[in-house]
Design a protein around this ligand. Structure first.
Ligand code: JHZ
Length: 415
């Protein structure tokens, strides 16, 4: 039966070569599957096991729940919860308008996985023709209320053809934290190829493999992230579909991301930074099996150190609260074995998560007001990627004697 609810691959999803998992994080629930107590008996689990393709360099998980299990009308992640991310997407939109769309007549922009409209709203504000594609109906509704044109669907070749018939081809196709979620990468590449104008550009960004390996931020690996991309793997995955990697730009968002720009082959000059970044990846050993064997060891030692700290705090009667019920925290809590005895509750500002239990570990998720009402001794920073924004606004917690527990890049207790 399990085979009916997930995609299990023993072949690389990008190039078809045989792949084998190099480690397992064990039984995992849906990362954003926050649930009520009465739903525990029906909770869905799969095995979270990453693999690295020796042939094309694609880092991926072997098994992924079917998309409908993850993205639906109760999807729990709303992009606009961070002020920093709002500024980031305003700047992203601005670059596209200035560097790509300027001077074009009646340009058309498509965004895959447009969530609550965090980026497309800026195109809407400038009356630029746009279309968001967002399968999770509840977040799509938020975007529509802002006036952002949005359809609730999964992006694929058929949808690309339908969009071309109705709106024409796109000058720019954008995606942020979305491409790494779609298992049928060849299908996406064909869709992009058909939807993009010959002088158009496809720009997307996702968490970056080089950062994940360097920081042991293994919590980037969860059901939604079927791939963790590198410059090398992206370049190869799209090349067969006539799309050339013409530019890359590292981003600090989500703990280290990479922005990739692709264009129909030969239509643009390839920026020198592409070759430079490929060299850096080689120097980091991203193409070597030893790198992943070492990553596995680093994950295990991060887990032991975090659990040792949490066990000591529990023994000493200290109160620990989680900060940010992130998707990433589902991997950390389930892989490490963190229970409600270690972490009293997780504070989160997203209404749909509040009053529910965290996936698998079943730690209660409570509104932020509960954190402020009675500060704990320690806050376990699950939203570590937003550390700058959070630590700045939580100075009263620190002044009251509170301390952060962080685990990326190392387990440490900080003020
Ligand atoms: P955050 C999501 O991952 C899911 P997540 C997705 N799969 C993806 O790819 C990445 O984003 C990019 C809360 N919070 O951004 C809000 C506070 O409570 O790390 C969020 O629930 N207080 C699409 O879920 C969570 O933390 C705050 O001050 O790992 C942050 O989630 C802030 C800033 C956030 O993404």
């Amino acid at each position: 039966m399990a085979g009916m609810t997930h995609n299990l691959s023993s072949q690389c999803r990008a190039c078809g070569a045989p792949i084998v998992a190099f480690m397992s994080f064990g039984r995992m629930p849906i990362a954003n599957g926050f649930l009520k107590a009465e739903e525990i008996s029906d909770e869905y689990f799969f095995e979270l096991a990453p693999a690295f393709c020796d042939r094309c360099g694609m880092f991926q998980i072997m098994e992924q729940p079917r998309p409908e299990k993850m993205f639906h009308e109760q999807y729990a992640f709303f992009s606009s919860t961070s002020h920093y991310m709002q500024a980031h997407f305003a700047a992203f939109a601005d670059v596209i308008m200035k560097e790509i769309l300027a001077g074009r007549s009646d340009p058309f922009v498509v965004e895959c996985g447009s969530n609550d409209g965090i980026m497309l709203r800026h195109f809407h504000d400038k009356s630029i023709r746009h279309l968001g594609i967002e399968p999770s109906a509840n977040v799509a509704d938020v975007a529509r209320r802002l006036g952002v044109c949005t359809i609730s669907a999964f992006f694929n070749r058929k949808l690309a053809d339908d969009i071309v018939s109705e709106h024409g081809r796109a000058d720019a196709i954008l995606a942020a934290n979305v491409m790494c979620h779609i298992p049928d990468l060849p299908g996406v590449a064909v869709g992009v190829q058909r939807l993009l104008k010959p002088d158009g550009i496809f720009v997307f960004e996702d968490p970056y493999l080089g950062d994940m390996i360097a920081k042991t931020s293994y919590d980037q690996i969860y059901d939604e992230h079927v791939f963790i991309f590198s410059v090398n793997s992206v370049m190869r995955a799209f090349a067969d579909y006539g799309l050339e990697l013409v530019d890359v730009a590292p981003q600090i968002t989500h703990g280290g991301s990479m922005r990739y720009s692709l264009a129909p082959k030969g239509s643009r000059k390839v920026a020198p930074v592409v070759a430079e970044q490929l060299k850096k990846e080689q120097a980091q050993g991203l193409d070597k099996a030893e790198t992943y064997a070492r990553f596995k060891k680093n994950c295990e030692s991060s887990r032991s150190r975090l659990m040792q700290a949490l066990d000591n705090m529990r023994r000493d009667g200290k109160r620990v609260v989680g900060y940010g019920a992130t998707s990433k925290s589902t991997t950390v809590t389930n892989y490490c074995g963190i229970t409600p005895d270690h972490v009293e509750f997780i504070s989160d500002t997203t209404p749909i998560k509040q009053g529910k239990l965290s996936p698998g570990a079943h730690i209660p998720v409570k509104p932020y007001s509960e954190f402020v009402r009675d500060y704990p001794d320690y806050a376990l920073l699950f939203a570590w990627n937003h550390a700058a924004e959070i630590r700045e606004k939580e100075q009263t917690f620190i002044a009251a004697g509170g301390r952060w527990i962080v685990y990326v890049p190392d387990v440490s207790i900080v003020a």
